[in-house]
Design a protein around this ligand. Sequence first.
Ligand SMILES: [Zn+2]
Ligand SMILES: [Zn+2]
Ligand SMILES: [Zn+2]
Length: 196
Amino acid sequence: MKTRILFLAMLAIAVTSCGEKKTPEHTHDYSCSTVKEATCTKEGEKECTCSICGDKITRVIQIEDHTPESCIQKVAPKCSEAGKEECTCAVCGAKVEQDIPATGHIYEDGKCNVCGAAKYGYKVVAANSLNIREEPSVSSSRVGEVSKGKTLLIIEIEENGEEVQGNTQWIKISFQADGKKVYGWVSCAYLTDPVG
Ligand SMILES: [Zn+2]
Ligand SMILES: [Zn+2]
Ligand SMILES: [Zn+2]
């Protein structure tokens, strides 16, 4: 019985290898030509022929993107949020909704002049009275002072200012002096982060 099964199996292999038309093993090498161009509403088609064995296949050309035109703004973009607009496809006339990129913040003196977001955030004065200096150094001219508990908007950060109690970070702030906007630096050794 066993011998008979083995014989049939061998016969099957022999028939298979003799019965098929011999084609050398190869990876098809197709070159394609477009039969039908894709549009924004319909897939296209291309016909491809293998240069080795002549095998022919058809391939789908993906649908093209719409061509948005005459857009009407639906939602205005914000500093950090995209807006939306509705456009009409110049090719097929379909209504296409697309994003309008966020505008990005426009910072001026550490604060966005559109939405008010702070670029670097705020610091709170922890010392009873803190000198504001012309440069990030305790030996530079004193241009003003700020009192304890005052919240300061950070305009610029200097990481390598003069060391004060082991802290070399200084921040640039603005303040009013004689009704004018003046800038100066305070050492972060006397500042804390705002609560919450
Ligand atoms: Zn082939
Ligand atoms: Zn279209
Ligand atoms: Zn903003």
